[in-house]
Design a protein around this ligand. Structure first.
Ligand SMILES: NC(=O)C1=CN([C@@H]2O[C@H](COP(=O)(O)OP(=O)(O)OC[C@H]3O[C@@H](n4cnc5c(N)ncnc54)[C@H](OP(=O)(O)O)[C@@H]3O)[C@@H](O)[C@H]2O)C=CC1
Ligand SMILES: O=C(O)[C@@H]1CCC=N1
Length: 278
């Protein structure tokens, strides 16, 4: 791989990039890479059951499931299989990893030590989320000790193709990261589901309730994204003293309300991430 320390874009990467697992997250990464200028001729996808989208990428210049001896040196291997299938995938992936190969894993609960044992390489462990599919993802990454600045820059470019990236030094934070931003989109979508359901309970037709809930969650997310104000201030801006919002927030912010529920939910996800590492 030819990499310059000031590399800004994926177009600057030369060498082969292998994506193992082109499911929901792997496909989002692949889409981001191509949109950000990664040369498709440099990309190999390993995926036993490729989706129609992945097959259409492969109908272009991307190579899909080539024979191992056709792959050659791998500059970067991005692992996006499920943690539970990594054990089966590892024997196929290990021969692709040479001493300069950057290995980026997005698998929940799969530690740098586990990755090192299974396939070696210069490892970056990362946790993206599904808004990556529209370039609005939030990824947190941690690099193993041996990863140099140049490899870190390449990992950053690969991950930043789908949105924002934060780097941490302490791998132990990745369990809570997974619980907050990795799983977090599901909590927001549940909010939309439950807001719609509550609207129906309050008398709205189901299709109208679904539209109101969807647009309210989406619009509020966009407002939070664009505004300089924090979430608490934006919430207060909706809340007229003695008004309707205050009546609802009295329920949501009561003892055993959303604060307690969210704390328990994030703790459960953090614990599950820790369990996956055992
Ligand atoms: N979904 C999310 O919100 C997030 C997921 N992650 C992580 O991303 C990873 C992928 O998750 P997600 O995309 O949701 O899961 P998916 O099941 O959608 O994707 C995994 C893909 O890997 C394929 N696969 C299975 N075995 C192999 C193999 N041996 N070699 C190559 N590919 C293989 C699967 O094929 P098949 O389906 O046919 O088995 C599937 O297409 C997980 O490790 C998860 O922890 C991280 C952050 C967020
Ligand atoms: O549910 C999971 O395990 C994965 C990791 C974060 C989001 N999805």
């Amino acid at each position: 791989m030819t990499i310059t320390p000031d590399m800004q874009t994926l177009a600057d990467i030369s060498g082969t990039v292998v994506l193992a697992g082109a499911g929901k997250m792997g496909s989002a990464l692949l889409t981001g890479w191509l949109a950000r200028g990664l040369d498709p001729k440099r990309v190999i996808v390993i995926e036993p059951y490729p989706s129609a989208d992945t097959r259409s990428f492969a109908a272009g210049d991307i190579r899909l499931n080539p024979a191992a001896e056709e792959i050659g040196d791998v500059a970067a291997l991005v692992i996006a299989v499920k943690p539970q299938t990594f054990g089966d995938a590892a024997p196929t992936l290990r021969p692709l990893v040479g001493s300069p190969t950057l290995v980026v894993s997005i698998m929940a609960g799969t530690t740098i030590a586990m990755l090192d044992t299974a396939c070696g390489g210069n490892i970056v462990r990362a946790m993206p989320n599904t808004p990556a599919a529209i370039g609005r993802g939030m990824t947190v990454a941690v690099a193993a000790k041996g990863v140099n600045e140049t490899q870190r820059t390449v990992a950053d470019a690969l991950l930043r193709a789908t949105g924002a990236v934060e780097w941490v030094d302490d791998e132990a934070l990745m369990d809570a990261v997974t619980a907050v931003s990795g799983s977090g989109p599901a909590y927001v979508f549940l909010l939309a589901e439950e807001l719609a359901r509550a609207g129906v309970s309050a008398g709205l037709p189901a299709d109208l309730a679904a539209k109101l809930a969807r647009e309210t969650v989406a619009g509020s997310g966009e407002l939070l994204h664009r505004s300089d104000l924090d979430a608490a201030t934006l919430r207060q801006n909706v809340t007229s003293p003695g008004g309707t919002t205050a009546a609802a927030l009295n329920v949501l912010m009561s003892e055993h309300g959303l604060k307690e529920l969210m704390t328990r939910a994030v703790a459960a996800a953090t614990k599950r991430s820790q369990e996956l590492a055992k």
